[in-house]
Design a protein around this ligand. Structure first.
Ligand code: ATP
Ligand code: MG
Length: 452
């Protein structure tokens, strides 16, 4: 369960540890080097001092003084002549000091220098200072015990070890805090999505920070809201659909039963049968529209655009709808100022226009006029359908493209619509990448304009 935090901790731990080891190694080496260098310089400076005094005034008392000065500390001095014979030493009982004389003889150095620098294994570091005063010449040797240097190095190593151990503990504490801060919200969000997948959309996530985690929490919250809304819409939609289908079915069953009666004459039976046919036709249209909507939702719906001429397209529509308009004694005028090319799916565009004309016809009274116009504007085809019908109240215009929305339910019962047509029109227009506009005045008429 805590996989992310474990991974994170491992990476974090490894990165910090490598960095820390590198830094510590570097610091440790440098500090020790500079401290040891200091010791070397101090030794050289002291030796140089003694040698200068000796050159200035070579006498027994000077030698005594020099030896006396280095008597009571962890430094020693030894003065030898050119043959390597010891003239004086600050610690005469210490045979170790003389062990270095052969080295001096071998080096025969003319300048001051460090003779032994190995502070780890040798008991002393040694500096060498040649002197010459008349017939007296030889070397001043300075010794510094390495005990103190090694003690200092050990102490330093111990401090570094302590600092390293402390930082490991601190890293572990930071890891603990980090894993809480990072993984807790993730676990909460995981639980929330599990709830969502079980159909429980009431998720409330605690306020998260303004980072990616916070954004994720907001996205999940939004998803929950959307899913809840969709579920509600789907239920309402299903309820309306079953209502829409059951009403004509009731008529169908009623009229079918009446038509089956034996005592009916031929004319009456024909009337009932034609009512049945009409209702069944309406239901077929409704089911077709619903199928279209479902396919648009599923994205399995394709628009096959092609170029075609506007005039024959309008003529064909006119032929299709003219009988119904004549039936209702409505005038239908089509107008296309110029014959131009339209780039669209001709069958879908026809479905759009027929839907709009069907509304214009349905919501206009006898004797009124309906105009179908087409023209080209800025390379796009504009098709408008205007009527002098009952119009749409301005506060309802924004809803007429919603599925199953009808202006006043009672009104639509009179006019026989189910509120699907315009939602199909809108989806089809948008599938073409086009737009649809409405202008309407209650009691005066409406104009639907599509641009494709
Ligand atoms: N030209 C119009 N004049 C007046 N009202 C209209 C017009 N076109 C649409 N409406 C209003 O908008 C509502 C939605 O229209 P839509 O075409 O979606 O549904 P419908 O015509 O009622 O049913 P359907 O088209 O599914 O048979 C209609 O119920 C009607 O009230
Ligand atoms: Mg309609």
């Amino acid at each position: 369960m805590n996989k992310i935090s474990t991974k994170l901790a491992l990476y974090f731990f490894a990165a910090v540890l490598i960095l820390e080891l590198f830094l510590m190694f570097y610091l440790h080496r440098n500090i020790i080097h500079s401290r040891v260098d200091e010791e070397f310089s101090r030794l050289l400076a002291n030796g140089e001092n003694h040698r200068d005094v000796l050159i200035e005034n070579y006498s027994e008392s000077t030698i005594k003084h020099i030896v006396l000065m280095e008597n009571n500390n962890d430094r020693e001095v030894m003065i030898i002549n050119n043959e390597g014979v010891v003239i004086s030493s600050s610690d005469e009982n210490n045979p170790t000091l003389e062990k270095y004389v052969p080295l001096v003889m071998k080096s025969k150095s003319k300048t001051d220098r460090i003779l032994v620098s190995d502070y780890k294994d040798s008991p002393y570091i040694v500096s060498l200072h040649p002197y010459q005063n008349g017939e007296h010449s030889g070397y001043v040797l300075m010794y510094q015990s390495t005990n103190s240097i090694n003690r200092m190095v050990n102490e330093l190593t111990m401090h570094f070890g302590l600092a390293g151990a402390t930082s490991v503990v601190i890293i572990l504490i930071i890891y603990g805090l980090l894993s809480k801060v990072l993984t807790r919200p993730l676990i909460i969000m995981k639980e929330a999505t599990e709830k969502l997948s079980k159909g429980d959309f009431k998720v409330t996530l605690p306020y998260a920070s303004k980072d990616e985690l916070g954004e994720l929490a907001v996205a999940i919250q939004k998803l929950a809201k959307d899913l809840e809304r969709l579920k509600k819409e789907r239920n309402e939609f299903l309820a309306s659909i079953s209502h829409e289908l059951s009403t004509p079915l009731t008529y169908l069953i009623g009229y079918a039963k009446v038509a089956m009666r034996k005592d009916l004459n031929e004319k009456e039976r024909d009337r009932y049968l034609s009512i049945i046919a009409e209702e069944a036709d309406g239901m077929k249209d409704l089911v077709k529209d619903l199928l279209d909507l479902a396919r648009i939702d599923e994205n399995s719906f394709t628009v096959n655009k092609e170029y075609f001429w506007s005039q024959p397209f309008l003529d064909n529509i006119y032929k299709l709808v003219e009988p119904s308009f004549l039936n209702k004694e409505l005038k239908l005028k089509t107008e296309s100022k110029k014959n131009f090319q339209i780039y669209a799916d001709p069958l879908r565009l026809q479905q759009i226009v027929i839907n709009l004309l069907d509304n214009a016809m349905k919501y206009s009274d006898y004797g009124k006029e309906v105009r179908l116009e087409a023209y080209s504007l800025n390379g796009r085809a504009v098709i408008s359908v205007s009527d002098e019908g009952i119009g749409i109240p301005s506060d309802e215009i924004e809803f007429i493209f919603d599925r199953l929305y009808r202006v006043e339910k009672s009104r639509s019962r009179t006019y026989g619509g189910s509120g699907i047509g315009l939602s199909v029109v809108k989806e089809l227009v948008e599938a073409h990448g086009g737009t649809i506009e409405v202008e309407s005045k209650l009691g005066k008429g409406s104009t639907f304009k599509i641009m494709i």
